[in-house]
Structures are given as C-alpha cells and as structure tokens.
Design a protein. Structure first.
Length: 467
C-alpha cells in the first residue's frame, strides 16, 4: 500500500487489536494492500465501495445502518463519491473530532464518532446511554473506522446472519479472512458476486467446526504448543434495522484439543463414521437412518429407498458437535455407537482426559473391570449389562462392584484383590465425576471387549437415560 497520508498511522490499519470486528477489517486491508501495493488507503476504500455499490447492490445493511451506502443523503447520487468524501474528511481531520484514547486501539489520538452507520453493534443517535459521558457514539480513531468499512469482504453469512470467527491465534484469524477474500475475488472474476459470501452451512455450530476442518485440510501451520491452547469464537450477528442481535459460540481450548486429536490419521477412521451417524433433520428427513457402509442417509419411500448424500445432510444439526459445544456429555452416544461398532477406546480416554479431567488410573481400572466381566459365559455377560443399565443411583453401582466383581474375584480364588478400598473411593467414585459416567464408560469398554472377542449379546440400552 502506498503511504500517501501523513495523518494516518499505517501500522494501525492492520495491527492486531483483539477486537474481532476491527481485526477482520484489518486483515482485509492487509490482503488487499498485498494484492494492490500501488493503491493508497483511499484508493482501497474506493475499490471496496465500488464492490459494495456496483457488485453487491448496496446489500451491506446487516453491517451498517444508515451509512453513506445503505442510506445515503437523498441528494447524493454517486454513493461511491459520497463514501470517499466521508473517509477523506476523516483522513484530512475535517470531520468533528476530539482528542482522547481510542476505545479499541487504546491509542491517544484524535477520535471520531462511531455509530451503527460506520461500526458494528454499537449505539447510535438517540441511544446515547450506550456510550461514556452520553457521547454521540463510541469514540474511535480514524484507522479503526477505516478498518470497519472493510469487514463485509472478510465475513460470511451463516443462516442469514453475519458470521465472524476470532481466535487467540493470529494465523487462524488471518486464515479465516483470507479464505473469504479469495472466495469473493473468485466470484468477482466470474461475475457471480452479488453480495456477502454465503456459507453452505446454515447452522453456526456446524460452520464453526467446518472452519476447523478447513484448517486441517489446508495444513495451517500452527505449532504444537499453540494447538494445545487454541480457542475459537464465532460471532453470529446482525446490525440490521431496529433489531440488532448477537449470539456467541465459543470453542474452548480443551474441546479444540480433543476434536483436533480425533482428526489424526489413526483415530479419524473411527471418529468420522461416528460423527457422520449423528446428523439429524426434524423436518423433511426425520426418519432418515445412516448407512455406515455407504456413508449416506437413507429413508424408505413406498417402493424405493431415497439416499441422502453428505452434501445435503452436512447442513443438518449434528448432535455430537452441538453437545461438544454446549458442554453436554458424549458418553451415552459413545455407548450406543459402541454396541454395534468397533470404536477406538483412545477416543473415549481423550474425551475424559481433555473434557472431563478424569484420571488415567480411573480409565485403566475400568478397562480392567471390563476384561474381568467379559471373561465369563454369555448369560453372565448379558446379566451384567442388564444390571448396569437398570441402576438409578451410585449405591446400586457400588453394590454391583462389590457383589459382581470383588466377591466373584474372591470366589474364583484370585491371588490379589481386583478393587481396593482406595480404588473404589478415589478412582471409581471420585467426588468430581458422576457415577453415571463411570457406568457408561464401563458399558462402552464391555462392548468393545465383546467386539474383540467376537461375542454377540442380546441386550440393548434403554431409549431414555435412567434418572
């Protein structure tokens, strides 16, 4: 980018601020300035204004209310010209300003009013109670206001609302924006660009995890230490009209760590079919069933079976992903899947380690108990599974361990105790783990032992969880 105007601090046109909106705009400016180094900032603004007006037919209302493009002065016929005049007044500092600290960059500089017409999700006009000292808007530097103008080009629509993904890793933030900018460039080149980029996913949770998948596919270079602490947030919002709204979807570091590990070459063989089998559609395809062998959903219709490919069902709700993001347990889903499918126990171990903070000793003891309980005849195994399914409290599970494990082990003439008092208290019934979790992991481990031993049992889980 040509550095034409001495009144602009060019570093702050793209420097990371921690504000998700300003950072998106900054990455767009960085992307365009790398692509068009001969253009100065005002020329980049003109380039973007031409896209908004002439390519997108001014359809940036969800971003800006009553802006120079979405609701211009009735006398202004050239919307691009009106936009340039506004930003020229910022650059030349002829627009009303006051000296203070910018609310986003923290710099002491000349500040300008930021309302819903030139920034996102802020108060405007009569809503002065949104701002400090009843100011007419949030007071920002010219550099931040310039960044805001570029946000639409680096954003994406998800289900009719704007989505912005922000992370604690700058490479991830840059990747999100650059993906969208490249897609917009491609649409413009083919004359198919008619508005803000639209995601193929209408559900924010699915869009967030799809972005994580894209990171893996594109081999985004993130060092191991950063992956251990990487978190992402999807802001899903509209600044439109009288009803601005914002929903926040957060993917914390522990869930990202678990999900990313499941995408490894070894575990993905087990994880991916499990994930694919948990898409749901409560409307048109309520009765659809997943076919594991063909990776499609099927629904019976009179004399034929309709197949639903991934390109269609990927837009449905996914119970696994939504439970992960909402902090709901996956254990019962693991158990139900594990009844008929061989599934790597490492995934359950990772889930308990990263999400539930379970001790390794607890998991090792559960696997030992599963081996013990399946080292029996078929009827005894079925009885154990049926008993575990029927328990309604921790007391019953403790009695099961004592009667079906400890006593049986003693009667079998074992040389050592299979469950010590310390293991019972600290590992099988710790204060921070639910007895249901212990039961479900044990059931899962039992079924996996049965798969290894090629033993088939006739016991199914109840449809509803026991209270």
């Amino acid at each position: 980018m040509k550095r034409t105007y001495n009144s602009i601090d060019y570093e702050w046109l793209s420097k990371s601020t921690g504000d998700p909106y300003a950072d998106v705009g900054g990455y767009v400016i960085k992307y365009l300035s790398d692509k068009y180094p001969e253009k100065d900032v005002l020329e980049l603004i003109e380039y973007m204004a031409n896209i908004y007006v002439n390519r997108w037919d001014k359809k940036i209302n969800p971003f800006f209310l009553n802006s120079t493009i979405t609701n211009p002065n009735p006398k202004e016929k050239d919307l691009v010209k009106g936009t340039i005049e506004y930003f020229t007044s910022l650059i030349n500092e002829t627009e009303y300003n006051e000296v203070g600290f910018c609310r986003i960059s923290g710099r002491q500089t000349k500040l300008y009013k930021a309302g819903r017409e030139n920034s996102l999700m802020s108060g405007s006009g009569g809503f002065v109670n949104f701002h400090h000292n009843f100011q007419s808007g949030m007071m920002l530097s010219k550099e931040i206001l310039i960044r805001m103008f570029f946000i639409p080009y680096g954003s994406i629509f998800v289900g009719g609302r704007i989505a912005v993904i922000h992370s604690n890793n700058e490479d991830v933030n840059s990747f999100f924006v650059n993906q969208n900018c490249k897609a917009n460039d491609g649409n413009i080149a083919t004359n198919s660009s008619n508005g803000v980029l639209k995601s193929e996913y209408g559900i924010p949770v699915s869009a967030l995890f799809k972005f994580v998948d894209d990171m893996f596919v594109n081999r985004l270079n993130i060092v191991t230490d950063d992956i251990q602490n990487l978190s992402l947030t999807l802001l899903h919002f509209t600044n439109f009209g009288a009803s601005p709204e914002l929903a926040v979807y957060t993917l914390p570091a522990n869930i990202f760590r678990f999900y990313s590990t499941c995408q490894s070459n070894i575990l993905k063989t087990y994880w991916q079919p499990f994930l694919m089998a948990h898409y749901t559609n409560s409307k048109k395809y309520k009765a659809a069933k997943y076919n594991h062998s063909t990776s499609v959903y099927e629904i019976s219709k009179k004399n034929n079976i309709e197949q639903i490919s991934y390109n269609e069902y990927k837009t449905w709700h996914n119970t696994v992903l939504e439970n992960l993001l909402a902090g709901k347990s996956l254990l019962r889903l693991f158990v139900r899947w594990g009844i008929k499918h061989k599934f790597d126990f490492s995934i359950v171990e990772l889930y308990q380690k990263y999400i539930q903070n379970m001790q390794k000793e607890t998991l090792d003891k559960i696997k030992e108990l599963a081996r013990f309980l399946t080292n029996a005849d078929k009827s005894a195994i079925e009885k154990s599974i049926k008993s575990l399914n029927g328990y309604k409290n921790a007391y019953e599970l403790r009695r099961f361990f004592l009667n079906n494990v400890v006593v049986k082990n003693y009667k079998n003439g074992a040389d050592s105790t299979i469950i010590t008092v310390e293991e019972l208290i600290y590992y099988l019934f710790p204060d921070d783990i639910s007895w249901r979790d212990i039961r479900d992991i044990l059931l899962f481990a039992i079924y996996q032992e049965l798969h290894d031993k090629k033993i088939s049992v006739e016991v199914e889980l109840p449809e509803e969880e026991n209270e």
